[in-house]
Design a protein around this ligand. Sequence first.
Ligand code: NAP
Length: 244
Amino acid sequence: MSKVALITGATRGIGKQIAITLAKEGYDIALNYRKENEELKSIKEEIRENNVECLAVQGDVSIFEECEQLVKQVIDKFGKIDVLVNNAGITKDMLLMRMKKEDFEQVIDVNLIGTFNVTKNAINPMLKARSGRIINISSVVGVSGNAGQTNYAASKAGIIGFTKSLAKEVASRGILVNAVAPGFIETSMTEILKDEVKEEIAKNIPLKRMGEAQDVANVVKFLASEDSSYITGQVLHVDGGMLM
Ligand code: NAP
């Protein structure tokens, strides 16, 4: 029986690459999206080319009831969730002195509370199965902080605390919980940066380049696999050496 992976925010960027990478490994894929985009159909086709099943479920991770429905639909279709990747995330960058309360709350709601909402619903089937992998996408700025990102950095630091605490709670039940902390990865999230800014960032990265979504997907693939069966409560940095 194939393993089943649920990936949130999987219609573009890192989430999309994770879904395609796990499909190539033979996982049946449940991909979550908030807004339908033109790419959704082609992503589903690309996933199914690997002779695996693909279920796409619309739902906003910041709304608890929608996450209940999301998990229910995955369980109704596949009967289990082996791997949950909490990837959906947003930024609303602004110096604190100009940041509105709503901008702070919205980022926490999607990134941190969204991670809670999906995990809270997906953990029960994992507890029953006495097995599972939860992989939360944090960020280097959750560790280092970053001017203009008090909301985002707080949400990503929160994800690290959440990951370590849950890892301790469920280790005895065979569930491993880890976080991945990407550096600067080329996706629509970083597309808004000017070329000069990107070049400056790359100059300061020891490996002298921005990361690609595949760099992150490769680490998620490892954390989902049997090769990482003695790793839990960790934060794996995928940042070209940015933070060391
Ligand atoms: P992206 O290209 O902007 O994609 C984000 C995805 O999340 C989209 O599919 C988006 O769907 C989805 N999403 C946003 N809000 C959602 C919600 N409320 N419910 C469900 N889905 C939602 O971003 P990315 O660069 O791939 O980032 C993926 C993850 O990596 C995020 O958690 C991000 O914080 C983290 N990360 C990224 C970088 C980087 O440099 N790119 C670095 C560190 C960490 P819609 O299209 O519907 O909005």
